[in-house]
Design a protein around this ligand. Sequence first.
Ligand code: SIN
Length: 335
Amino acid sequence: MKFATTRLAAAVGVSLTLGLASLTAHAAPMIIKFSHVVAEATPKGQGALKFKELAEAALPGQVEVQVFSNSQLFGDGKEMEAVLLGDVQFIAPSLAKFDRYTKKVQIFDLPFLFDDMAALDRFQASPAGQSLLDSMKSKGIQGLAYWHNGLKQMSTNQDKLTRPEDVKGLKFRIQSSDVLEAQFRQLGANPQKLAFAEVYQALQTGVVDGAENPWSNIYSQKFHEVQKTIAVTNHGALDYMVVTNSAWWDGLPDDIRDGLQKAMAGATEHANKLAAEINDRDRKRIAEAGKAKIQTLTKEDIAAWRTAMHPVWEKFQDGIGKDLIDAAVASNQPS
Ligand code: SIN
């Protein structure tokens, strides 16, 4: 009996050991979800796919990155909450969508702050820009990288769109940003905060008359098919911050966090290299489609838009901080 018990114990031990070994050998990879609201053929869509490729190559069998585009998993209203609840690990909202978490990031919405994408890039890379990645830590959100999209263009369902007075009284869809709300009020227009997934229908049905977005979003969401005129205003930037849940991120094993960090650096470089190319391509595609007219503006037109929108800076200066605004303005000068 003793012999049988010993043999049984040994057999259980062996099978437990084998079981554990095979469990270790076939341990399921950690599932990491990356959710966003735009199409795959956009800078952010391409960045997310690159992150998946690089993360899975750096951590083979250890992580599986699942990318959900086009608000399939979470739309604008829900994605930050989903990160905080741990339902998704990475999102990359437009910088206009962090209003509720920090006033500092409102800086990116100030109209005509950056002369071009190179200036924006310099600011993001500067110590002031990098410090904003940590500005929501107390709310449980860690910023990991900035990803570019491009400068925004104003579009409406009207034939004439060259001067600020042309948008007076029109309804505009805006992102959930108080700065953008103030920008359109300054122009005498009526802003309405709407989720990105609702914009096409709102433009099509006349719930709103106009919107503002970079070429890649206009083309990939077919906004040009439901707008008459797109003016080349380049009046503000639409870029992203890739964010995660800070407790989850800090709690990762070091090797996994390092691998993901390297993959994020590679994906950032990839997305930022592609952004200008994709926006140029999509501007051409919109012109070729021949649905909306692309209205180029004179220097005098642009100066009129700039003057009309500038009072917005003053309104948000205290919340953002004058030092930060000065640092952003300085980034317009290449060093
Ligand atoms: C995005 O590019 O993520 C969406 C921007 C928008 O809501 O207009």
